[in-house]
Design a binder for this molecule. Structure first.
Ligand code: ADP
Ligand code: MG
Length: 264
């Protein structure tokens, strides 16, 4: 058969089998293979690798979009020297994602701006890169979402039950009403030992009781959350304020210099 017809047939086959990347790179890979006098197996391996890489990247992109992350930062962007209370080795252990494999939780506690959401986002991104599904939601959004719509709450809750890793950000900014507290309890119980939760809070565990209508529900929730978990207590300064302070200092220095010039 003529080479052109063979190529057409191959391309039609690749399209039918949805091997899009192989179709895209076929010309280049064929050319390279003949130039390097590669074996048939090497050629095939090269094509398959291209397809697998492209599928992996598409999968990561898709899962990242579904996860609803507020921003895209990793631990490579994290300045450990600024936040001394974050232990690099502990983060490295979390980044192995054994906690996700084992359905364990991570609780990030501390005042505003110290990197709680940053670490939660980084863990979610790593989970996605390793093939897990992840979903990010703030406590406020979670409660709003469960209270909207006409379907029963158990149906609406599925979106928070399905992902292997669920990030619940900003627990503690608002106290929960009885119904919301019950939903939160149900969610934590249903994910218990099955799907990991990474939770961030500006409140210490001692203050959690004040977030819930009853101490009993607060301790029932904490009991399940903490049973298999890692807590990272972040102390120290807000990274956001650090930049602001620097800017403030910079402005003051400028004013001094301008003042001195003016006096001349
Ligand atoms: P919060 O603890 O309130 O959730 P974030 O994690 O959102 O704070 O941090 C606030 C901002 O500061 C984000 O843009 C985050 O990326 C950045 N940030 C916080 N801590 C660090 C750090 N140690 N190194 C680099 N960036 C940081
Ligand atoms: Mg935050």
């Amino acid at each position: 058969m003529q080479p052109v017809l063979v190529e057409e047939g191959v391309r039609a086959g690749l399209e039918r089998l949805r091997l899009r990347r192989m179709d895209e790179v076929l010309g280049r890979v064929c050319e390279e293979a003949s130039r390097k006098e590669a074996s048939y197996l090497d050629f095939l391996q090269q094509l398959l690798e291209e397809e697998q890489t492209a599928r992996y990247e598409r999968n990561v992109e898709w899962k990242t979009r579904l996860a609803g992350l507020p921003y895209h930062k990793t631990m490579a962007d994290f300045d450990y020297s600024f936040q001394k209370s974050v232990d690099k080795r502990q983060i490295a252990e979390l980044l192995t994602l054994r906690f996700v494999e084992n359905g364990e939780n991570v609780l990030l506690l501390g005042p505003p701006g110290v990197g709680k959401t940053h670490i939660a986002v980084a863990l979610a991104k790593e989970a996605i890169a390793k093939g897990y599904s992840a979903y990010f939601v703030t406590m406020q959004r979670l409660v709003d979402y469960l209270s909207e719509g006409s379907e029963p709450v158990s149906t609406r809750m599925r979106i928070f039950l399905r992902p292997k890793l669920l990030v619940i950000d900003e627990v503690g900014y608002l106290p929960l009403e009885r119904l919301a507290a019950n939903w939160f309890f149900e969610l934590v119980s249903r994910r218990y030992e099955k799907g990991s939760i990474v939770l961030t809070s500006n409140k210490s565990y001692g203050e959690w009781a004040s977030l819930f209508p009853e101490v009993a529900i607060a301790s029932a929730i904490l009991d399940r959350l903490l049973h298999h978990s890692t807590t990272i207590n972040i102390r120290g300064e807000s990274y956001r304020l650090k930049d602001k302070r620097k800017a403030g200092l910079f402005n003051r220095l400028e004013t001094v210099e301008v003042g001195q010039d003016g006096e001349k």
